[in-house]
Design a protein around this ligand. Structure first.
Ligand SMILES: C[S@@+](CC[C@H](N)C(=O)[O-])C[C@H]1O[C@@H](n2cnc3c(N)ncnc32)[C@H](O)[C@@H]1O
Length: 169
């Protein structure tokens, strides 16, 4: 599976999950914005369409790309992206020590794990847990949701999310 991460160098390198994914050989770290793979699925928290099982073939053929930047600058950074296929992740909560329990604010590692799981590449998703002490917490916290999303279409996931969040203001 091809995993790419554009690294915007806006983070604390000691805590950055992307750099560690690169070091562990899980993902290719890219720093030149002109050389990004345009056909990979770009994980964009602001994209309208969510990741779903329908993305399974694209994930296998073209891979997944995350954009590792600071959350403070993320909205601006994503406005400049022009990848063909951009996807947000459905409602999930972070299991990482920095944003533990916060909805949707996932690390690059968590976002990649979730995408693989939802597209039913569970074995590949579990392999990424190795080397990250806290990462199993992400799957444990979200297991029911991840199992529900896996196999659903993007429209089905959006409908479910609307129901889930309708009483939240
Ligand atoms: C903003 S960076 C923060 C990275 C963090 N410093 C780390 O060490 O992992 C996280 C990236 O993961 C992906 N991501 C995180 N949450 C997401 C979501 N809810 N939907 C889609 N992509 C998401 C995006 O590519 C996002 O830019």
């Amino acid at each position: 599976m091809n995993l790419y991460i554009y690294h915007a160098k806006q983070c604390d390198p000691k805590r950055c999950t992307a750099l560690k994914m690169g070091k562990m050989g899980y993902a290719k770290i890219l720093t030149n914005p002109r050389r990004l793979p345009r056909n990979a699925i770009l994980l964009n928290p602001y994209a309208e369409k969510t990741v779903s099982f329908e993305d399974r073939d694209i994930v296998e053929k073209n891979g997944i790309m995350a954009l590792d930047c600071s959350w403070k600058q993320a909205e601006e950074v994503f406005k400049k992206t022009n990848s063909k296929t951009q996807r947000s992740l459905p409602f999930l909560v972070a299991g990482n020590p920095v944003n533990y329990g916060k909805p949707c604010k996932l690390t690059t590692l968590e976002a990649t794990i979730a995408t693989l799981y939802i597209a039913d590449y569970k074995e590949e998703a579990y392999k990424l847990l190795n080397g990250f002490k806290w990462a199993h917490t992400f799957i444990e916290l979200n297991k029911k949701l991840l199992d529900f999303y896996c196999g659903k279409t993007s429209d089905e996931i959006i409908e479910f999310q609307k129901e889930l969040l309708k009483d939240v203001k």
